[in-house]
Design a binder for this molecule. Structure first.
Ligand SMILES: Nc1nc2c(ncn2[C@@H]2O[C@H](COP(=O)(O)OP(=O)(O)O)[C@@H](O)[C@H]2O)c(=O)[nH]1
Ligand SMILES: [Mg+2]
Length: 330
């Protein structure tokens, strides 16, 4: 069976609307499916749904993997993503990807200690950035020192798996077939084996999918802006009992008290402060949350808000499963 070099799917030339389609008649001559060709050459956007992907990935990897690097970016550190990491039974390490987006004020050693303590992580934790080429070769040296022959690169959608593999491949090999990457989730469809050298193969994989996200599948513009392109500048809003904070007309937070809210989300997202008597978004689902002092309110798929004082929040949102509360990262 011939596979697409860009996304790992099985190539076919009969069903135009299905995964793996190519108009070419001789499948042996095809390197990339039509979807990858259009993403790579025309920057076209596709949302592909992958059914039961989380269960499929965990099962396959637990049966087959010798070693796993699990990538997570700074904004997606939460119970849901780290539980997926912990459910992997093979030897593994956690990679905090996109180091270049982490606010400069954050002490990286403290962040690792915090992660290990808060989420009970016993495995090694490394930072990495493909964009700035930070710590890329060290990841490979670690594998070679531990005599690992085959390493799965796993992680949630858009954590940077395919970009990292392309980068490593280009550092070790002259002519490479690039895996397709994009800012839209689910670009990689199935496992893709990339031989780095005679004793090491990396395996790219489709991303795990978050159960709850702030955007709809077709909101390409929002999906792109959720992904920070450069380092996050934390934004602080002081509130009074008359203040509401809106994020992208998707979430409304009624503060109800004097407090300080610091947002750690992409700076391309729009935050608005309005009077609490303004009725905007109050037609959405209403939830009530008690927040202890100096905690992070995690909004899955977006990032988190550090809240200084203990408070009660009324939140309006179309999805009430987006939130987690944890002790402050800092
Ligand atoms: N800032 C930053 N963005 C990155 C980095 N690596 C990947 N990205 C971006 O994250 C998005 C998803 O990348 P991709 O490699 O396709 O992620 P995958 O879904 O995990 O394979 C793309 O928009 C990339 O440009 C990085 O090191 N820093
Ligand atoms: Mg990918």
């Amino acid at each position: 069976m011939n596979k697409c070099l860009g996304c790992g799917c099985i190539l076919q030339n009969t069903k135009k609307d299905e995964i793996g389609y190519t108009p070419k008649t001789n499948l042996n001559e095809v390197e990339y499916c039509e979807r990858c060709f259009k993403i790579n050459n025309y920057n076209e956007k596709f949302i592909t749904n992958l059914d039961n992907i989380n269960e499929y990935l965990t099962k396959e990897v637990n049966q087959k993997a010798e070693y796993v690097y699990f990538m997570i970016d700074f904004l997606n550190i939460n119970n849901e993503t780290l539980t997926t990491f912990k459910n992997l039974t093979c030897p593994k390490a956690l990679i905090i990807s996109k180091l270049d987006i982490i606010p400069k004020s954050i002490n990286k050693d403290k962040l690792i200690t915090y992660l290990k303590n808060t989420y009970n992580i016993t495995e090694p934790v490394y930072f990495q950035s493909t964009k700035k080429n930070l710590n890329t070769k060290n990841l490979i040296n670690n594998l070679e020192n531990n005599k690992v022959k085959e390493c799965y690169i796993l992680g949630y959608a858009n954590s940077g798996k395919s970009n990292l593999i392309n980068k490593i491949n280009s550092l070790y090999n002259d002519k490479i077939n690039k895996i397709t990457t994009s800012s839209i989730p689910n670009t990689t469809i199935d496992f893709i084996k990339i031989k780095i050298n005679d004793h090491l193969t990396l395996i790219d994989s489709p991303g795990f999918t978050l159960k709850n996200v702030i955007y709809n599948n077709d909101e390409y513009n929002l999906i792109e802006r959720v992904n920070p392109k450069k380092y996050i500048k934390p934004l602080t809003y002081q509130t009074k009992d008359i203040t509401s904070l809106l994020i992208e007309d998707k979430i409304r937070i009624d503060a109800n008290s004097f407090n300080s809210f610091t947002f750690y989300i992409s700076n391309e997202l729009y935050i608005e402060r309005i009077f609490i008597n303004n009725k905007k978004l109050t037609n959405l689902k209403r939830i009530e949350l008690d927040i202890p002092a100096n905690c992070d309110l995690i909004i899955k798929s977006l990032g988190f808000i550090n809240i200084k004082k203990t408070c009660h929040l009324t939140i309006y949102t179309s999805n009430d499963n987006l939130f987690e509360i944890r002790n402050s990262l800092f």
